[in-house]
Design a protein around this ligand. Structure first.
Ligand SMILES: Cc1ncc(COP(=O)(O)O)c(C=O)c1O
Length: 460
């Protein structure tokens, strides 16, 4: 063995750093520190439970040579298990819910694992759910081991015997509150139990998401109906065995949107490239901090890396298509038109007109686009200067040809009560935004109108 090297990649798990948040917590009464678990070789804290649970399964005789490892996983645990399996030469099958990001699915397949994708919005006991499918595969595939991170108590034991002692040693117990996003409950319970034994006054606070049943169960003892949410890894629709609510003092509950926006701020303002549950945890920590009257040191475990969310949280189109981007586009189109004082000197042409007539109107009015209306005054097309030039030059169109030969399809019809963001993409695609009021065309919104609006509002 070379000095200073590890025997294999599994041995490289752990010893992740803890860093202070300098920008996001600057207005908070509390100091916030984050443990960067995405610095594990597989990109998440789940590397630890993957290795630990499988080592234990071998010790307990549950996983035998040549066996197949089966797990229902949101991706991170799959990577942890697949990494261990690659080193120790086992096969893997993973069962995922279809809301999981494509990166996670591709990543597991790249490890050589088989991936089965199941519908998200079915009850856990539905035969199509990923819990049911995982169990069924384990029953039907010979020499297989169903890891079951939800009910396998070696999940929380991983954090009790490894992650928490590591953090305690790093900090010498110099923190008042420990927080983590909750899913299987392994992280919060394992760490919570260890810290409570070492530090009698420590507070353990879980971060749950809106739609999950976990925080509600802790507060009321009741199982409520779960609702769907988009955050990955956080929240559950049942109570896994790994929970011990006695070691969890409280919960903060956060929503998808605030969590995603915070995840992006974490990268922009702190340079930390983490996943959505990290943003959720920081939102939760800031909510908790806002209720405190004295300064506390909060330590948060950030579960996974941002690169698993490149096509989602870190993709502007995905964020805006799903309504998560807070932007200056959050204004109604009619207000934009009012604010810039746009006069509605709209020119149109009827669908019985000729190309020559259209060119005459465009020329005499100095306009480059002309909506075409039928006899009921409905929009049936658009003629643009750009789309006439080539066919006219090439002799393809004659001036007596009907206007319908020259229609452009690069336009979008949008009601003036809608938000400006609904035409943002159209303008970026160089489409013409035709604005209607009760179905009647009232205006054309151009790029220059939008720029004028932002400039007036001081955004540029
Ligand atoms: C990204 C992410 N965050 C948070 C969690 C929650 O951790 P735990 O399952 O230990 O409660 C998970 C678990 O799957 C996760 O993948």
């Amino acid at each position: 063995m070379m000095k200073g090297s590890k025997a294999n990649v599994v041995e490289a798990i752990g010893n992740t750093p803890i860093v202070k948040l300098n920008s996001l917590a600057k207005d908070s009464i509390c100091d916030i520190y984050v443990k960067l678990e995405f610095m594990n070789p597989g990109g998440s804290t789940k590397d630890r439970i993957g290795a630990y649970m499988l080592d234990q399964a071998v010790i307990d005789g549950d996983l035998k040579p040549g066996g197949t490892i089966i797990e229902g996983t949101s991706g991170n645990t799959g990577v942890g298990l697949a990494m261990w399996a690659a080193v120790h030469k086992y096969k893997c099958i993973f069962v995922l819910a279809d809301k999981q990001s494509q990166e996670k699915i591709d990543n597991l397949r790249a490890f050589g694992a088989k991936v089965v994708v199941c519908p998200t919005n079915v009850e856990p006991d539905d035969p199509r759910s990923y819990y049911s499918v995982s169990k069924r595969l384990a029953q039907t595939i010979p020499n297989s081991f169903y890891v079951n991170q939800y009910d396998n108590l070696h999940n929380r034991n991983t954090h009790y015997t490894w992650t928490a002692p590591e953090m305690f040693e790093q900090t010498q117990g110099d923190f008042d509150v420990f927080m983590a996003g909750v899913g299987t409950g392994g992280t919060i319970t394992g760490c919570g139990k260890y810290f409570k034994e070492k530090m009698p006054n420590v507070e353990i606070v879980g971060i749950d998401c809106e739609g999950s049943i976990i925080a509600h169960y802790k507060k009321t003892g009741e199982i409520c109906e779960a609702k769907s949410y988009v955050l990955e890894g956080v929240g559950e629709d049942f109570i896994p065995e790994n929970y011990d609510f006695d070691v969890i003092d409280d919960f903060e509950v956060v929503g998808d949107k605030e969590s995603f926006l915070m995840t992006r701020r974490l990268l922009k303002e702190e340079g930390i490239y983490a996943g959505g549950s990290a943003g959720a945890a920081i939102c939760g920590a800031l909510k908790y901090a806002a209720k405190q009257t004295k300064k506390k040191k909060i330590l948060i475990l950030l579960h996974d890396s941002g690169n698993r969310y490149a096509s989602k949280i870190y993709n502007d189109d995905w964020m805006s298509d799903n309504g998560y981007l807070d932007s200056s586009f959050n204004v109604q189109i009619k207000d934009v038109l009012n604010d810039i004082g746009k006069k509605s000197d709209l020119h149109t042409i009827t669908d019985s007109a000729t190309i020559g007539e259209a060119i005459n109107i465009m020329d005499s009015k100095g306009i480059s686009q002309l909506p075409v209306l039928n006899s009921q005054e409905e929009i049936v097309g658009l003629v643009t200067e750009k789309n006439l030039v080539k066919p006219v030059l090439m002799g393809e169109f004659q001036k007596d040809d009907n206007i319908s030969l020259a229609f452009s399809n690069k336009y979008r019809v949008v009601d003036k009560n809608l938000l400006l963001e609904s035409v943002g993409e159209a303008l970026l695609q160089k489409e013409v935004a035709l604005i209607t009021d009760n179905g009647k065309l009232t205006d054309i919104l151009t790029e220059i109108d939008v720029l004028q609006y932002f400039s007036k509002k001081g955004h540029v």
